[in-house]
Design a protein around this ligand. Structure first.
Ligand SMILES: Nc1ncnc2c1ncn2[C@@H]1O[C@H](COP(=O)(O)OP(=O)(O)O)[C@@H](O)[C@H]1O
Ligand SMILES: [Mg+2]
Length: 208
């Protein structure tokens, strides 16, 4: 579903990624692990269209990223993003935050959806009224409301305790079982064990 061929990324003259080759299949839950500065975020950002490779190619299904005409609508149609800090709007309830991501979703749709994620009881609360773990699950719900085919998450549990981190990864696992492709960058080797596939990034290369 996503394929990188000889992907190399430089920040000015500094090489961050060198000749990365990988292939991710539909419905796979993939973790990119590695120490801080190894290149995980750079790789995730290239795979998710946020950064452009210095050289090499990336494909989404049969489409080379270089040939995507409207990158905004491509992202909107296919991709969900989750970051370390949740970016929910504090002045809106969880339900309203989710509506912001998809104005077409009805209250019933949102309830059904939140129920399936086990967080429907939070829908009328404000982000400041719930725990960090609950906020992160709400932000995952927001990333999912448009039913993206692929989810990219960069250190999604970076500010969570181990119990909440585990819950977030279990949520990813369940989603992948339903066919969503999940690609997560994490420095946490233990959490990564739940994934179907682990790539270790070291000094901008993948250790096989
Ligand atoms: N915006 C940037 N400009 C310049 N160098 C960067 C930038 N982002 C990351 N780097 C460098 O690229 C390398 C890989 O960083 P990064 O992909 O953020 O690693 P990780 O996510 O594994 O911590 C590091 O040496 C980092 O300093
Ligand atoms: Mg990073």
């Amino acid at each position: 579903m996503i394929k990188a061929i000889n992907l190399t990324h430089y920040y000015n003259k500094d090489k961050a990624l060198e000749n990365i080759n990988l292939e991710i299949n539909k419905g796979e839950f993939v973790c990119l692990i590695g120490e801080s500065g190894s290149g995980k975020s750079t790789l995730l950002s290239n795979l998710s269209t946020l950064l452009k490779p210095t050289s090499g190619d990336i494909f989404y299904e049969e489409t080379n990223y270089k040939n995507i005409k409207n990158i905004d609508s491509f992202r909107k149609e296919n991709i969900g993003f989750i970051f370390q800090f949740h970016y929910l709007i504090n002045y809106l309830t969880i339900k309203e935050n989710i509506k912001l991501a998809n104005e077409k979703a009805s209250d019933d749709d949102i309830s059904t959806f939140l129920n399936s994620l086990g967080i429907n009881d939070l829908k009328n609360k404000y982000p400041t009224e719930i725990s960090g773990g609950q906020r992160q699950r709400a932000s995952i719900a927001r990333a999912l409301i448009n039913n993206p085919k692929v989810i990219f998450a960069d250190e999604p549990t970076g500010n969570l305790d181990s119990q909440n981190s585990q819950k977030v990864f279990e949520m990813f696992k369940d989603l992948s079982k339903k066919g969503t492709t999940i690609i997560v960058a994490t420095h946490d080797k233990n959490l990564a064990q739940i994934a179907n596939k682990i790539y270790e990034v070291k000094d901008g290369k993948i250790n096989k």
